[in-house]
Structures are given as C-alpha cells and as structure tokens.
Design a protein around this ligand. Sequence first.
Ligand code: PLP
Length: 420
Amino acid sequence: MEDSKSPELQSEFYLDCGFATRALHAGEHVGQPQHASHTGAIYQSSTFVFKDAAEGADIFAGQRPGYVYTRLGNPTVKVLEAKMNALEGREVKLRDPGVRVSSLAFSSGMSAISSTLLSLCSAGDTLILGDVVYGATEHLAANVLSRFGIRTVEVPTQDLDAVEKVLKANPRAKAILFETPTNPTLTLTDIAALVQLVRTHGPEMKVVVDNTFATPYLQRPLELGADVVVHSTTKYLCGHGTVVGGVMTTCHDDVKDRAYAVIKDIGGSPSPFDAWLVNLGIKTLPLRMDRHCENAMAVARHFEKHPKVARVYYPGLESSPYHQLAKRQMSKFGGMVCFDLVGGLEAGRKLMDRVRIFTLAVSLGCVDSLIQHPASMTHACVPREKREKAGLTDGLVRISVGLEDVSDLIGALDEALATV
Ligand SMILES: Cc1ncc(COP(=O)(O)O)c(C=O)c1O
C-alpha cells in the first residue's frame, strides 16, 4: 500500500480514505532507516550525513532526493507537511489530479503568515487584509511590512459589497488575507463568494485564508477556491498546548517555491520535535474537534439567555448572523465562544479571576478550557477605536472550550458569573 519514495507521494495513496484515516496515516512510515519504528521517528538533527562527496553534491544540487540541513528540510517535518496536504487538499486533488498541493511547516503561525505574505508581496505592492485579524497579523502589516514598502488596505471581508469596492480600487493588489471565523468575534466570511469577486476584479491576487479557528476538519478553503491556507498549529492541530508552530498549504507550485525561498533564507523552520508533536496531535484532531464543537454549542446555548451576558458570539446559534453561512461552509461550528458581559471590563476581570476549571491564559484549541480577555491581552495592540468598531469591546471574554465534562464547564461559569 505504501510507496517508499516520499511522505508526499505516500499521502496521495490515502486520498480515497476518510478524514480520520488520513489524519492517522498520511505521511507516516515512509523513508525510515533500518529500525522502522511504528510511531514516526524524531529526526532531531541539524544536519544530515552524505555517503560520499558525489552524493552530497547531487543532493545539494537537487539532482538526488535527500536531506541536507534541517532549516532546509527535515524528515519529521516532511511528515507534517504531507499530512496537511492530505487534510487541506484532498478534494482539490481528487477534482484535478494534475494539481499539486504542497505544504510548508514553520516555527510559528506568525512565521507562516509573514513568510506567505513576503512571498506574495514586494515593495510597492498592496495587501488587502481583513479588518479583524489576530493582533500580531495586524501589527505585522502595519509596522513591519509597511517598512518594506508593502501597503495594506483593510476591509471587513464579511461584507462582500465592501470587498468589491476595495477590489475595484486596488485591482493590482497581490494578496487578500482574512480569518474565518475571526479571532475573537467569530465573524464569518463567505470564502467561495469572495474568491469569485477576486477572480473578477483582482486577477493577480492570491486569496489567503487563516484557517486556525476552523481546522481542516471543519472547513477547507482550498476546496472553496482559495489559493493558500495558513494555520497556527499551536492551536487545534497540535491540540495539547505543547508547541508554537505554523503551516501553509497551497495548490500553486510557484507560491510554494517562493515561500520556500523565504523560509530558507529567513529561517522560520520548525524544530523536528515540535513537528512530531503536531503530527501526534493531528492523529486525534477529528475526535477532539467533535467534542470541542459539542461542548461549545452547549456552553453557547446555556449562556445565550443568561442575565449577566449581553451577547454570546457563536456561529452555531440560530441567532448568529453567520449561522446560515456557517452551515454551508463549515461541517460544525468550532470550539470558540465569546461572551459580552453586561458589566463590561470589571465583570470580565472578576469572571476570569474567579472561574474554576478554566485556565486564565491566551492561546486556544487546547484539550483543556482556556479563558482570556482580548481587549487587554491578544488584541491589546489593536487601537481601541478599531477594536470597538469591530465589536471587540472591553467586556468581551473569549473562551476556548475544552474537552472536559460540559456540565462541569457550565457549572463553573454559572458559579463565577453569580459573583460578578
Ligand atoms: C487566528 C490566528 N492566526 C495566527 C496566530 C499566530 O500564531 P502563533 O502564535 O503560532 O504565531 C494566532 C495566534 O493566536 C491566531 O489566533
């Protein structure tokens, strides 16, 4: 069954299998040394040995497959990349077997995002950015890319009329990057409709979707026409809070080649051990996501009518303006829930200080539940006026709903809310 040539080729053997089978087997058991361990080996080595000078020269010149140096590629990292091809790119490959789906793993989600943008945009180019994105993505565009002559125009990507206007005004922009669902207000963008607008008005533009909140288990942007998907693997893909990492997947060879050139020289490659931990995490991704979604739905429903909660943000609720789109675009509604508390910032602080079981920490997508305050933590670097315009108020509390017994989670939140 398994081709011994490369993890990428092996992962293609699994394209006719279901998501869980691909998550477990894609990229595994290929190209192992004489001791073929069942669980993939960790090639925790900075460099690789050549049999002789001729082999070294050939591998360096790309005339023979092989590894040289871990910044440039590593067998454990390759397994992760092959898994992501199988998870994000299956439908794209099945629809058109001639398309090559490829992934590159990075040392962080921000490294994946910055390398992707640096590979797509040059000095003098315009980048279009969703108006609510992770704080560091916003900061990257405003304070780093701007210094290298890359101009950013922001747009609420959930508003397709606004997107069309911005595209018409910037037809030569090189990329549009957005999150769906967004961090933290869980706003959704219609990926397929946005792609159609881009194909009409921005022929040179690549559509980049940050799929961190949904994971490929719930949503696959490449299937909907996007060009590139990026993830912070720190979150659900790893799932255990043990790694900071990132990955990008694309169906364009030239985009992958340009991103590889950036990672090679800027050096945002992941550690083999981190890649191994993410590989392990991905094996249980479908099981974990099912439970995250189930628990999040129960929490959102319970607090929707709570007198101390002004608003619950969760696309699974019928009251969410994004519910119909979520049903179309995602297979379930995710594990993130946000509350806007009636008592504002003070109530939010009290809730976070008093709630049991939930850990007060940023990040998300861990097996256990986390709670945090975006306005003073993850999104503190976004100017207040902009935060408020995007619905990111001082009273907004973000919850990453974990895999605990849901009655315990609801009980802990009820108990803490009673005291605020
Ligand atoms: C949606 C989203 N994208 C990107 C990132 C950045 O990822 P990392 O912290 O792994 O660099 C985050 C981090 O929270 C995120 O939530």
